[in-house]
Design a protein around this ligand. Structure first.
Ligand code: GTP
Ligand code: MG
Length: 459
């Protein structure tokens, strides 16, 4: 995955913060250094990194966390916000008739992206036409024509014509009925006056509604210069970062975007014409930091019967020491709802954490079976045992085992989990409710199947 290195070092930093007992000046300095190093290593522009780290340091030293939030969490929040600042505001292409021109150096993915965009608009119900104005690359005409044919959209090009403006003029006329016109232009292997003159000419003559910079995730520190120069020549209105499925460091392209203050509209995630994703900075960053796709996750919870009040109530009970097995049963019951676990795992970036094994349907089934068995066990407990689990001695365990058909070891394991859950939550000072617990756990990057029923923080 692109930004793999950045992702794992930032996650490490967040873990460090979560695990620290307090945040003092030295911790702040340490954290800022860590973040700095991680960003630089991923080719994020040096000046951006320096600006970001000084803002981080200033905010972390001066700002006070609001009531109910720990200094650790607040530090994480500041890092999140500052990184989000680099990624910019979410913005997307309007779904309406328009002319789009793609610019970028050789091999960045312009022609492929032209096809992806055509497919995108086509699917949204707009007529699309593709215009091949790349007069440099031998085979550019054929490549775009083939793409156009594969998605069944009209194409215009003139094989052998060396004047891109003439081709576009004819193309605009021929494709006048098309609601969206996409112009593929030439690249060069580096920035040169010839290229600048060519694309500036096209831009000034045809005044496209959007000029999209296509840049791949492998460009390093020189990305900023590329973006700036192309921006000066044509006024970039948005960016497509391609090859996000590769192993590029990604930081160069992302900083280039920040430097020209243009939004990233899409990311390319493969060679296929369907491999185009609308870019959402918050989602992207949450995944990068291993915070999970919190929004999606919270959406999943909204669909279930667990309201925040209910969760809050359980947590209050838990913390007051009055929490008993019956309450735990209730919570588990909610988790055992069909589909919820799948949704949770789909929303979480577990599969992208290096070393973490992919959560398969098998694992989910195992977890759900485990919950089911725990419920059988609890069904065999007396009312008093559920309310006061401490009285459950080995004699009682043996009785419960016979009644439920589950092994004594399983019952012990249930009791252990209950105790761990109680202890873990108690250890967390301040009641910030279920959401918070879940967030912390995800944040720690240690969200595992075993942790779910316990809601344990595991730090
Ligand atoms: N893995 C992956 N490959 C991509 C992506 N986008 C484009 N490519 C590949 O990158 C290579 C170059 O893509 P093109 O679309 O031809 O790039 P271009 O900018 O038009 O290049 P020139 O015409 O030479 O200027 C092709 O092999 C594409 O299949 C992407 O998002 N992911
Ligand atoms: Mg091309």
């Amino acid at each position: 995955m692109v930004l793999e290195g950045l992702s794992s070092s930032l996650r490490e930093t967040l873990r460090k913060i979560s695990g620290s007992t307090y945040i003092d000046r030295d911790t702040i300095k340490d954290v800022v250094k860590d973040v700095q190093r991680a960003l630089l290593k991923s080719d994020v522009n040096v000046k951006l990194v320096l600006d970001l780290s000084s803002r981080l340091e200033k905010r972390a030293s001066e700002e006070k966390p609001p009531a109910g939030m720990t200094a650790q969490d607040y530090m994480i929040k500041i890092i999140y916000e500052e990184l989000l600042g680099i990624l910019g505001e979410p913005s997307s292409l309007k779904i309406e008739p328009q002319t789009i021109m793609l610019v970028g150096l050789y091999g960045q993915g312009k022609t492929t992206s032209a096809g992806k965009l055509a497919k995108f608009f086509h699917r949204k119900g707009l007529n699309v036409g593709l215009i091949a104005a790349d007069i440099h690359r031998p085979g550019a005409y054929d490549q775009l024509e083939q793409i156009a044919r594969s998605i069944n959209v009209p194409f215009y090009g003139e094989r052998g014509n060396r004047d891109p403006e003439k081709i576009i003029k004819h193309g605009m006329e021929k494709l006048a009925d098309m609601q969206v016109k996409i112009i593929d232009t030439s690249g060069r292997d580096s920035l040169n006056d010839d290229l600048i003159k060519e694309i500036r000419g096209i831009k000034e003559r045809f005044k496209p509604d959007e000029v999209l910079l296509v840049m791949d995730a492998t460009v390093g520190q020189q990305a900023g210069n590329q973006a700036r120069t192309l921006n000066e020549a044509t006024g970039i209105t948005g960016v497509i970062i391609t090859k996000m499925d590769g192993t590029g460091k990604g930081g160069g392209a992302l900083s280039a975007v920040a430097q020209i203050h243009s939004p990233v509209y899409f990311i390319g995630t493969g060679e296929h014409l369907d491999d185009l994703e609308i870019f959402n900075p918050k989602k992207f960053l949450s995944r990068l930091l291993g915070l999970g796709d919190l929004e999606t996750l919270m959406e999943a919870f909204k669909d279930t019967q667990i309201t925040e009040e209910q969760a809050e109530e359980s947590m209050n009970k838990l913390m007051s020491g009055k929490f008993n097995l019956k309450d735990m049963y209730e919570i588990w019951e909610k988790f055992a709802q069909p589909g919820l676990m799948r949704k949770m795992f789909d929303a979480l970036p577990l599969t992208k954490i290096p070393g973490a094994s992919k959560i398969g349907d098998q694992d989910i089934e195992t977890a759900q079976n485990k919950l089911q068995n725990y419920r059988y066990i609890m069904d065999s407990m007396t009312f008093r045992e559920l309310e006061e689990p401490d009285i459950i001695n080995s004699k009682r365990i043996s009785r419960i085992s016979k009644g439920s058909g589950r092994s004594e070891e399983e019952i012990r394991s249930l009791l252990r989990e209950f105790k761990a859950m109680k202890k873990n939550v108690k250890a967390m000072k301040g009641n910030r409710g279920f959401k918070k617990l879940l967030k912390n756990q995800i944040r720690g990057g240690n969200f595992s199947l075993d942790n779910i029923p316990e809601f344990s923080e595991n730090q």
